[in-house]
Write a protein that binds this ligand. Structure first.
Ligand code: FES
Ligand code: FES
Length: 155
């Protein structure tokens, strides 16, 4: 039996009928066609599926969609501004070469956003901790850390 779930998605209220066993990642990608959120391991280990729930990072691949009820969810589609301009963190990722294959990027950007929203001038260690749940196979992390530093005005 389907269940109705209501939550805010990228600032807009939505209501959707879903099968209760679906993960938030499945609902975002398959029902709502928000494919910016990536599926990597599917087991809560790589961070590719990171989204923000009330401003904090979660792995949407292991998060039951029904638990989004009444919450506010931000996906990578929700970080651009109303004119469609990239978020400053996204711009810094481009500028510092922090994107190679790009698979980890949406999750990295959202983890960086959660960090900077809470701590606008993080130390390098805090940046490393902030993205500790996001695996990147390509960059060696250095450019990502530089980009987050730059986005915090410490470049
Ligand atoms: S796909 Fe969710 S943590 Fe890897
Ligand atoms: S850029 Fe390829 S996994 Fe990070």
């Amino acid at each position: 039996m389907k269940k109705t779930v209501s939550f805010a998605l990228n600032g807009e209220s939505i209501e959707i009928e879903i099968e209760p066993h679906l993960t938030l990642l499945q609902v975002l990608r398959e029902k709502l066609e928000l494919t910016g959120t990536k599926e990597g391991c599917g087991m809560g280990e790589c961070g590719a599926c990171t989204v923000l729930l009330d401003g904090k990072t979660i792995n949407s691949c292991i998060f039951p969609a029904v638990e989004a009820e009444g919450k506010s969810i931000t996906t990578i589609e929700g970080v651009i501004d109303v004119q469609g301009n990239l978020h400053p963190i996204q711009k810094a990722f481009v500028e510092y070469g922090a994107i190679q294959c790009g698979f980890c990027t949406p999750g990295m950007v959202l983890s960086a956003k959660a960090l900077l929203d809470e701590k606008p001038k993080p130390t390098e260690e805090e940046i490393r901790n902030g993205i500790a749940g996001n695996l990147c196979r390509c960059t060696g992390y250095l450019q990502i850390i530089q980009a987050i530093k730059a986005a915090s005005g410490q470049g």
